[in-house]
Design a protein around this ligand. Structure first.
Ligand code: FE
Ligand code: FE
Ligand code: ZN
Length: 302
């Protein structure tokens, strides 16, 4: 039996870069990870350090981590759906692509963005234009369009829209999809019948385009269009449904990335300090819900 590919969002610091990200992932018992190469909300980027990248690759080899399962997330300030400055989106995304390539990572997740009044058809035309300008034959990086919750005027909450985007892409071998479980629930897909969701995805888009999964529980009911992540097993999707998705035989080899929220301190101050991933990954591997998850995390990191 091939191994489950599970990891989480991790940090990427100026001082340790990918090496720090890999160490963090290992501390969670993960065998993959996702990172932003800089703050998601701004464009300040430090140059990729070759030596740190090399050390990170050596550490991954030591722990049998396949670099092909790692994922970069593009910053969400890029809105390829509606921007009066398409050139900015293109230039910045190109830069993120080469940074991803410098790290040796082959997938970058991108939010299709929000149309903000433009209407979805025009927005999809914009997204296609940006992607066709960014993708080139020599690039080793695949852009994975993320399925969205449909908050506000977000594009990509329906598989139909994702398909429309892919249809317009010239280099189809460089495009993929990242399915986010919280987002599709909030968008209106019934994940309690995940076989049906996958069938629909396969019919419309094609399962071969599915390159990454974001595993999150949701704070909201189906069709809420909210996008608020909850810890694994503690939201409306629930433990059994999420386990069923993670171990689904049709998507076995696809990396699964947790983006569940950090846990607050006991005093319930708003500050979210403790990463839940070590304990969530443990539950996922054991397939048993830990009802004391939050307390266990607080005790461990205190
Ligand atoms: Fe995302
Ligand atoms: Fe996500
Ligand atoms: Zn989200």
């Amino acid at each position: 039996m091939r191994e489950l590919i599970i990891g989480s969002h991790v940090s990427f610091t100026k001082d340790e870069q990918l090496l720090g990200s890999v160490k963090e992932a290992l501390s969670y018992g993960a065998n993959t990870l996702m990172l932003y190469t800089g703050a998601p909300q701004n464009t300040n980027r430090v140059p990729i350090n070759k030596e740190l990248t090399l050390k990170a690759h050596q550490l991954m080899a030591e722990y049998n981590i396949d670099i092909d399962n790692l994922v970069v997330h593009a910053p969400y300030i890029i809105n390829p759906a509606n921007t009066d400055n398409l050139d900015f989106a293109i230039t910045f995304l190109k830069q993120e692509m080469s940074r991803t390539e410098e790290l040796g990572i082959s997938k970058i997740v991108l939010h299709p963005g929000s149309h903000v009044g433009l209407g979805s058809d025009k927005a999809i035309t914009n997204i296609i234009e940006v992607l066709n300008k960014v993708l080139n034959v020599d690039s080793k990086v695949t852009i994975c369009i993320e399925t969205m919750a449909g908050k506000g005027t977000e594009i990509g909450s329906r598989f139909e829209e994702i398909k429309q985007i892919i249809d317009g892409i010239k280099l189809k071998n460089k495009i993929g999809v990242c399915l986010d479980t919280c987002h599709i629930n909030d968008a209106g897909y019934d994940i309690t019948d995940f076989d049906k969701v996958l069938d629909e995805f396969d019919e419309l888009i094609g399962l071969e385009y599915l390159k990454c999964l974001h595993i999150n529980d949701s704070k909201n009911e189906i069709s809420a269009h909210k996008d608020r992540h909850e810890n694994f097993g503690f939201g409306t999707l629930g433990f059994d449904n999420l386990i069923n998705i993670i171990y689904h035989p049709k998507i076995k080899d696809i990396p699964k990335i947790l983006e569940t929220p950090y846990v607050t301190k006991e005093d319930n101050s708003k500050e979210r300090l403790y990463p839940p991933y070590k304990f969530e990954i443990e539950m996922i591997r054991e397939k048993v819900l830990n009802n004391n998850l939050i307390d266990d995390i607080r005790t461990y990191y205190k």
